[in-house]
Design a protein around this ligand. Sequence first.
Ligand code: GLU
Length: 462
Amino acid sequence: MVVTRFAPSPTGYLHIGGLRTALFSYLWARKNNGKFVLRIEDTDKKRNSQEATQAILKAFEWLGLEADGEITYQSQRDAIYAKYIQQLLDEGKAYKCYMTKEELDALREEQMANKERAKYDGRYRNFDGTPPEGVAPVIRIKAPLNGEIVVHDGIKGDVVFQAEDILDDFIIARSDGSPTYNFVVAIDDALMGINEVIRGDDHLSNTPKQIVVYKALGFDIPKFYHVPMIHNQQGKKLSKRDGATDVMAYKEMGYLPEALLNFLVRLGWSHGDQEIFSMEEMIALFDPKDINKSASIYNTEKLDWLNAHYIKNTSNDTLAEMLIEFGVVLTSHDKKEILLDALKERAKTLKELAELTQEIITTPSEYDAKALKKALKGNAKEVLKNFATKLQSATELHLPSDYHHIMEQVIEEMEIGFGKIGQPLRVALLGKLGGPSLDVVMAVIGKEETLLRVKNLLESDI
Ligand code: GLU
């Protein structure tokens, strides 16, 4: 059974790079009827926060990515790590090192002066003397000092590391007994039965160390997929400014979960030239072996395009519910249908949809000066008065076409072009030129509000 995981460090919000590897891991597990588990890597007590963990869980909930089983918290597993540290000490695969900070600094300086790589020199590897007094030891693992360590990577192929270039007997427990990152990751992945690790390739350099731990403890080494980074349009690492922000910020900007997930799955993975993927399709088609070998490029227009697609294809009821968070409450069923049918074709985000909606349902408190000047030329006020009179006596006004009909009556009677009524009416209703179809606006706001807005313009002393 395929078991994948997402293992965020809760030092901040969940960003889209992390979310993408989470999504890949999720899809691969689901495709194989396997398991996708969540592990919170909260061992760095200084930098971790409860809020950050909650924010990650909230983001998962919003996106509908459900993890299997209980969430594992590394902070609750000290006893497990201590047991394995002891095991390695007992087996002679790890040892106590009493080097002081000063000695370590001196060694580093010397190595730097000799233009050598800074690395521990193994001075306590075979130590059987009396430990120096007053030094709390760290625990170091005996790593291979030469030879090759090969990471069999499902995306990059075999990546060969020379032990002497990258390894030393690295620390697995600090002097206060707390275990280190590469040690606990390997133990947890093994104990949690993770057999396929999909993560960012910024972790590739950690993998040889983790392999050392797997081997020392006799654990099976999982299959690794190190996913290339996401770059901005300039080919640089994605920064906050490019969109590498909190996943929940995408919610606030009005992106739909489906759109964000669809966007992310295409960052570094493709299936022919298909762009739109439902969750079912993603699960059916995703395979980490198809992940690109090179970095992917973040493209906001693509995200907007996908979001517009999903907004268009979301039911009006669901959209109305989502708009509440953006301050728009649509109560009447008919109006909701008319309004959203008209507007959802025009909005790239829910935020935009909310703004477009607000523009219609809010009585204008001021008029765009230029629009006003243009619209009130000639006999515009007379046209508006005529329209208002006809509207006043009309009954059975429901659909946009009912309102359109009255506009047509005015046009015919006064022998004017559509613009002669359209422009002043538009300014009266919306305060500006531009915007959605006027008959739609009127059907949404209704007869009384339409009359009020026309009256407001006619009575304003412009
Ligand atoms: N906790 C690590 C991080 O947030 C990920 C560890 C891993 O995927 O192996 O970067």
